[in-house]
Each structure stands twice: as C-alpha cells, then as structure tokens.
Design a protein around this ligand. Structure first.
Ligand SMILES: [Zn+2]
Ligand SMILES: [Zn+2]
Length: 138
C-alpha cells in the first residue's frame, strides 16, 4: 500500500498561506507533504466538500496571525482550525502526533506540491467524484 501519510519531501518548503480575509496567516519553514484528498465526514461537513491537505511537522508551522483563528473540537478528538470572519478552513490537528494538516488551497501559489492520494473515500457523498491520480509520479 502506498504510504501517503508520511511527510516525505526533504526540501524545505518556505511556503506561506492565509485565509481569505488574512485574519489567519502562517508560514512553513520545513518539509511539506504532498497533497492528499480526504473525504471523511469531518472534512466534508467543515469544508463543504472534500479537503485537499498538505501536512507538516508542527515545529515547522509558524502561525503569524491568529487574530480570527478558532479551534473546533470534532467528536473524533481532532481539532479543526478555521477563521471566524471569512470561514476559511485552514488546519486539522489530530491531537495525536506532532503534525498538522493544512488545507492546500490556503497556501499561496506556487506550492510545488502535487496531489498524491485519496483517503476515506468510503465516506464520500454520493454526488462526489473521486479524482483519478497520476500514479506514475513519485
Ligand atoms: Zn479569514
Ligand atoms: Zn478528513
């Protein structure tokens, strides 16, 4: 099985990102995992669709503005970080390891990341189309 949940990129990302109103801004100073689509019900209900997320070590995530950031505790014990003004869905913290998932759409392009996997597709809604991925890419 393809191990898609591990942060594999060795190059430092130096990425920046924000929500739409920029009440929440952040930077990543370290490796960022390629993007995985998550179809679980928590992602579905909080984003309105599926979530495409990168993942980083928490030590490499610097939240540069958290003025409008709020954390919602999901029933699974995971936390969703969102903006209370524009509703931007930025972070997901499983509260189990020292890693943070970050909604890839909140990153400022170019990200130099690629989409490498789909997870929890069994929870996808019936309208949903699971994207076909180019498995030739490493
Ligand atoms: Zn915002
Ligand atoms: Zn999910």
């Amino acid at each position: 099985m393809l191990d898609i949940l591990t942060i594999k990129r060795k190059d430092n990302a130096h990425l920046t990102g924000s929500c739409l109103c920029a009440g929440v801004t952040y930077k990543i100073d370290g490796p960022a995992r390629d993007v995985v689509n998550c179809f679980c019900s928590e992602c579905r209900k909080t984003s309105g669709h599926h979530v495409a997320a990168t993942r980083v070590n928490k030590d490499h995530l610097i939240i540069t503005s958290k003025k409008t950031l709020k954390w919602y505790k999901c029933s699974s014990g995971a936390y969703k970080g969102f903006c209370t003004i524009c509703g931007g869905n930025l972070f997901w913290d499983n509260n189990k390891d020292n890693q943070m998932s970050i909604s890839a759409g909140t990153l400022d392009p170019p990200t130099h990341l690629q989409t490498i996997g789909n997870i929890h597709t069994e929870d996808a809604s019936d309208y949903s189309k699971i994207p076909t991925l180019d498995t030739e890419k490493e």
